[in-house]
Each structure stands twice: as structure tokens, then as C-alpha cells.
Design a protein around this ligand. Structure first.
Ligand SMILES: Nc1ncnc2c1ncn2[C@@H]1O[C@H](COP(=O)(O)OP(=O)(O)O)[C@@H](O)[C@H]1O
Ligand SMILES: [Mg+2]
Length: 381
């Protein structure tokens, strides 16, 4: 039997819980020609949702700006996405001609050569999106700019983003969808009153799949492959992962693979998940200065509610000011963030690894932690 779980990025529909309500809402926003901003934690299912909801009934032009370093590369990614989209449709031959007229956008070996006039990156952008406008006259399209926040770090991105805003504003029949996982950068891009997209988008918050439904779905998938699953274990997994779909599926994948039963299977799975990451975790940890080490451990063990309150601060012996600075430091490193309901770890497995590190200390800090029985079994060597 093939493992019924999948956790490596954008997931095929057959590995997904049907987010019917969200899909419907997203589709309807797209049909209304909205510019849509999708917020949600990393691995919660943003890319998956857009792909599944929008590619039914629309030609989805997908551009991933993840780790893009220059605006020329950003344009290149748009050009490649357009090229892909036009290739699948013979009726888009005219658009291909237009694309070929876009100046000097180098696509490695398949350089698109255009008329020999110099052009700025902004005018290339407007040419590229003009192609989208033309496509939209012939059929329903949508443009998906994924990990859009990565543009913010690129030299000269400010005028580029203003240009992007202008163009997307004028194309009423093209829904543009923006998604990104970095909360801080997304806020800078959309919520700052001076930001180009301030009050320019329909906000779509992607929350975790509701616990009992998600757990029920997992149990069914076990059953469909001839295996039994204990719902309580998966409720625990859900809490460990804060319901983040990609992390829950990762643990479910490894529990499914395990020869063990019940809580032992969970420990076994976590060992498999955390094992290969230990080196990375160790070097992150080693690079933290002492106050950050103390704070991150306290957050891991005691949770992130009132992290600078007496209970946590007292337990690690930091002054209030130092604790606050340490918290900021950890946030800056992207290790934890403020969820609105306390500080949480971006990576739930790093949290468990920290709990397993110096277990005596962990137990002293919070002997009743529900994760302790599992964590105490997480031994390597
Ligand atoms: N509807 C869903 N049902 C179950 N799991 C999902 C769903 N959507 C996403 N996932 C899980 O989350 C993982 C990451 O999804 P992805 O769309 O790449 O997240 P994001 O774009 O928010 O980082 C997928 O590989 C899959 O394991
Ligand atoms: Mg994504």
C-alpha cells in the first residue's frame, strides 16, 4: 500500500482534505475580479488552495517569487510562467508573439529577443502584464504571485511594486492573487500606510483545518489503507503542530510508516522527522547568545503565552527587559512569532528538539507538559 500522506509543498488534490468553504470563497473573490491577499502560516496550505480553487475554470498563471534576487529575475519568472501558460493553448499564438516582443528578458538558453530598444525593468513588467490583459480577452485567467514578500528585499523594488499596483488596478477582469508566508514582510507590503498595496486587496486569512475534521480525515485515510489509527494520538499531533497542515501530514506520514503502535508510533515518527534535522537545529542553537538560549528553551517547554510574564521569566532567571529583548531576537531570527494568541514556533519540531535537549531541565521547568512522555523517549545514539 502506498502512503496516503504527502507533505512536500504544494499538494495534489488526492492528498488533501477538501477545503470546500475556503475554495468557494476564494473562487468567488476571483470571479469578482478582486485582488486577493492570502495570509497564513508557512505550510498551512496557501499554495495548494490557490492551485486547487482557481485552476478549475481559469487558466492560472503561477509565479513564485521565492528567493528572487533581482527585478530582472522577477520579470524572468513572470515571462516563464506566461510562456508555460501560452504553450498549453494553441489560441494563444498571438500572445506568444507579444511575449517575444518583450525586451531583453533573458531566459537562459531560450532568450526572448525583442526589438532593440532599451527598456527598464518596469516597462518589461508592464509589457508582460499586457500579455495577461490580452489573454484575459480570450478566456478566464488569474495570476498568482506566490511568496510575493520576497520582492521587498530586492534592489529597486519600490517603484516596481508601485508599477505592479497600477497595472493590476487597471485590469479589472484579471484576478491577481498574492500569497506569502513571512508575516512581518507581508505586513510591510500590505498594511503599512505607505505601502503600495495598502488597502488594495481583499484579505483572505487561511486558518488551520478544524481539529476534529482534520483528525477524522486522517483516521479515514489510515482505514482506507488497511491500518488503524488512534484519534487521540492525532489530536496530540494536531496540537504539537498547531494544526499546520504540512506539519501534521509530515507526522502522519511517518506514523503510517512506523511498525509501532499508539504513542510509540508517534515517538518513532518524531524520531524520523527530527533525526535528519538535528545538525541544523544544533547549529542554530549554538549561534544563539545565552539570553536567547534561555528564552527559546522556556518558550519551548512552557509555551508562549505571556512569555515575559513572571512564570516564564522567573523560571529562566532573566530580567523583564532582557527577556523582551531576547524574544525580539528570536523573532528576528524567524524562530518564533507572535500568533496573536501568544508566541509560537515556526517549526514545531525545533520546539520538540529543544524540549529533548537537557531533559532534566525540561522536567524541572514544566513536569506536567503533555509532550513530556513523548519527548522523554526522543533519544538518539
Ligand atoms: N487541503 C489540505 N489538506 C491536507 N493537507 C494539506 C492541505 N493543503 C496543504 N496541505 C499540506 O500542507 C503542505 C504544504 O502546503 P502548501 O500549499 O505548500 O503550504 P503553504 O503554501 O501555505 O506554505 C502540503 O504538502 C500538504 O501536506
Ligand atoms: Mg506556498
Amino acid at each position: 500500500m502506498k502512503n496516503p500522506f504527502y507533505y512536500q509543498g504544494d499538494a495534489p488534490a488526492e492528498f488533501c482534505y477538501d477545503r470546500l468553504t475556503e475554495m468557494k470563497r476564494l473562487r468567488s473573490a476571483a470571479d469578482n475580479g478582486q485582488r486577493i491577499r492570502i495570509r497564513g502560516d508557512r505550510r498551512i496550505g496557501k499554495t495548494t488552495l490557490v492551485n486547487q480553487a482557481i485552476s478549475k475554470g481559469r487558466l492560472l498563471i503561477k509565479v513564485d517569487f521565492g528567493a528572487v534576487r533581482t527585478l530582472d529575475l522577477a520579470n524572468e519568472r513572470i515571462a516563464i510562467a506566461l510562456k508555460k501558460a501560452t504553450e498549453t493553448r494553441s489560441l494563444f499564438s498571438k500572445m506568444r508573439v507579444m511575449l517575444n516582443a518583450v525586451d531583453e528578458i533573458k531566459l537562459g538558453p531560450m532568450t526572448i529577443k525583442g526589438a532593440r530598444r532599451t527598456s527598464s525593468t518596469e516597462s518589461s513588467l508592464s509589457h508582460l502584464l499586457e500579455v495577461v490583459g490580452e489573454m484575459a480577452k480570450r478566456r478566464r485567467v488569474a495570476v498568482f504571485f506566490d511568496e510575493i514578500q520576497d520582492l521587498m528585499d530586492v534592489d529597486g523594488s519600490e517603484s516596481y511594486l508601485w508599477e505592479l499596483r497600477g497595472i493590476t488596478q487597471s485590469q479589472h477582469n484579471v484576478p491577481y492573487i498574492f500569497a506569502g508566508s513571512n508575516r512581518h514582510m507581508m505586513r510591510r507590503m500590505f498594511d503599512d500606510s505607505k505601502a503600495p498595496f495598502f488597502k488594495q486587496t481583499y484579505d483572505f486569512e487561511l486558518a488551520p483545518i478544524e481539529e476534529s475534521r482534520f483528525v477524522g480525515w486522517i483516521v479515514k485515510r489510515f482505514a482506507a489503507t488497511g491500518k488503524a489509527a488512534d484519534p487521540e494520538i492525532f489530536e496530540h499531533v494536531y496540537r504539537i503542530c498547531r494544526g499546520v497542515a504540512g506539519d501534521v501530514q509530515c507526522v502522519a506520514y511517518h506514523i503510517w510508516e512506523s511498525e509501532q503502535e499508539g504513542e510509540r508510533a508517534l515517538t518513532d515518527a518524531l524520531r524520523r522527522v527530527i533525526g535528519p534535522k538535528r545538525g541544523g537545529y544544533q547549529s542554530i542553537h549554538a549561534s544563539l547568545k545565552k539570553s536567547l538560549k534561555l528564552m527559546v528553551k522556556a518558550l519551548a517547554v512552557m509555551g508562549g503565552k505571556e512569555p515575559t510574564g513572571k512564570r516564564v521569566v522567573g523560571s529562566v532567571g532573566l530580567s523583564g527587559g532582557t527577556a523582551r529583548a531576547a524574544l525580539k531576537g528570536l523573532e528576528k531570527r524567524g524562530l518564533v512569532f507572535d500568533s496573536g494568541n501568544g508566541y509560537v514556533f515556526d517549526d514545531p519540531f525545533f520546539r520538540l528538539w529543544l524540549m529533548a535537549l537537557d531533559p532534566m531541565e525540561t522536567q524541572r521547568m514544566y513536569p506536567e507538559s503533555e509532550d513530556w512522555p513523548v519527548v522523554s523517549q526522543l533519544v538518539w545514539d
